[in-house]
Design a protein around this ligand. Structure first.
Ligand code: SAH
Ligand code: SF4
Ligand code: F3S
Length: 433
């Protein structure tokens, strides 16, 4: 009988891509993907960046426990960031003794071996050694888009963030490997390649070859033959170099879109967060980007309710959002993560204040995004068409703006000009030229 698998993914693009690797490994072993409640193997690829993610995962484990009572042969594996936190794997095993295995973020490649062992106890393999592993098969699921890791881990230790603890220190993949991956993906017909790293601007700092910095990687990638686009995320503002922005402006295949999280607009809070820049320095970087690349698209992350944040600090954040003129903003309520310095800080902000601040932040950004969208009306852009949904096509400009337009499904994966004819709030509508 056919063996089936199912993967439930939580968290960021890094995890979405890692789930493609888990799928690749399972498919190599002869498993096929299923949407049913029951599968021979169910993998939860977890996130712990905020409490809400952990709550959802624990809720889902409760549901899976019931399914397993009806299908005792089902093997449930939990992997990803949540298991890497101090003592988390042991706590999880106690709470969920029905788990088949608990793995970390660095030993996903062990899944086939562990499945073949068929033991009755829970396998716990949470590694604290973070070697870069190559040559894992990847079952890609994102249509014309493909993810490529350029680095793993993070060295920044922002005081609120759990990621450096669960993903280890920065490790860059060798430049020649990244280039070979992108070349192969373009040859296979992928049209948009997104380079992944927690802080792509520090790519290569840990490599012996000192010519492997992010700007030179971008330049080399844009030399690859074929019609395609390169995107990347995330850019830590403190490490954005003029050299990188110059490389972006001159490489025809490089997207003009940057995701540059500010987190806050108050210098006092930014210092407590250990972000390494002031609000003025952040906005100067944004100005530098827009001077070199006038059509640059910009998105950001902002967090409200960091410990000790006052109404005055929050007003600074709103000002920064207005000045940065983001096309798109991801907004978060600060969530206390055990083991991080901010969790132990005095002055935790009451949830009622956090909620009114996030509402105000979202309302402020809605006005900013609408103004940004209005500026695009009447202009023509080269679109990469990525999706046909509900009778409409959806595509993206080189500066990262999403546009909805009419056309046939066979245009997906193609580049062509579209003129923007109207906007509704921040959403853009266009016609093919
Ligand atoms: N490496 C990326 C961010 C990865 S986490 C960067 O530094 O830009 C994605 C976002 O989650 C962060 O930008 C931050 O806004 C948010 N985040 C991280 N830790 C958080 C916490 N404890 N509570 C709420 N939001 C958090
Ligand atoms: Fe977390 Fe900061 Fe690293 Fe981003 S740069 S992953 S927010 S510690
Ligand atoms: Fe990503 Fe969540 Fe881990 S945001 S790096 S999956 S903690």
């Amino acid at each position: 009988m056919e063996k089936t698998y199912k993967i439930l993914t939580y968290g960021c693009q890094m995890n979405v891509h890692e789930s493609e690797k888990i799928a690749g490994l399972l498919e190599r072993e002869g498993y096929t993907c299923t949407e049913n409640d029951f599968a021979d193997v169910v993998v939860l690829n977890t996130c712990c960046v905020r409490e809400s993610a952990e709550t959802r995962i624990l809720g889902n484990l409760g549901i899976l426990k019931k399914t397993k009572e009806q299908h005792p042969e089902m093997k449930i594996i939990v992997c990803g960031c949540m298991t890497q936190a101090d003592g988390a794997a042991e706590r999880l095993q106690k709470r969920c003794p029905f788990l088949y295995a608990i793995l970390g973020t660095h030993n996903l490649d062990k899944i086939p071996e562990i499945l073949s062992e068929n033991e009755r106890h829970t396998h716990i393999e949470v590694s604290q050694t973070y070697a870069v592993k190559e040559d894992i098969p990847i079952a890609r699921t994102s249509g014309i888009n493909a993810w490529v890791n350029i680095m793993y881990g993070c060295n920044n230790f922002c005081t609120y963030c759990i990621v450096p603890y669960v993903r280890g220190r920065e490790r860059s993949r060798e430049k020649k490997r990244v280039i070979a991956d992108v070349k192969a993906l373009v040859e296979q017909g992928y049209k948009q390649i997104t380079l992944l790293g927690q802080n792509v601007n520090s790519y290569g700092h840990d490599l012996i070859d000192k010519n492997s910095d992010f700007a030179s990687l971008l330049r080399d990638l844009s030399e690859i033959d074929g019609k395609f686009r390169i995107k990347f995320m995330t850019s830590h503002p403190k490490d954005i170099q003029r050299e990188t922005i110059l490389a972006l402006s001159s490489g025809e295949k490089l997207s003009h879109f940057l995701h540059v999280p500010a987190q806050a607009g108050s210098d006092r809070i930014l210092k407590l967060m250990n972000r390494g820049y002031t609000a003025r320095e952040y906005l100067n970087k944004v100005d530098m980007i827009r001077t070199i690349i006038p059509d640059a698209g910009l998105s950001g992350d902002i967090m409200v309710g960091f410990p000790t944040e006052t109404e005055e600090d929050f007003a600074d954040t709103l000002r920064l959002v207005q000045n940065a003129r983001y096309d798109n903003l991801y907004t978060f309520i600060y969530s206390r993560r055990n083991g991080t310095p901010a969790a132990a800080m005095e002055g935790q902000v009451p949830i009622s204040d956090k909620k009114h601040r996030i509402r105000e932040l979202i309302a402020t950004q809605a006005i900013v995004a609408e103004k940004q969208a209005a500026q695009a009306v009447g202009k023509q852009f080269e679109i990469l068409c990525s999706e046909y949904r509900d009778g409409k096509l959806i595509g993206e400009t080189a500066c990262g703006k999403a546009v909805v337009f009419d056309g046939k499904a066979d245009l997906v994966g193609k580049f062509f000009p579209v003129r923007i004819i109207k906007h509704k709030n921040s959403k853009l509508y266009g016609v093919i030229q």
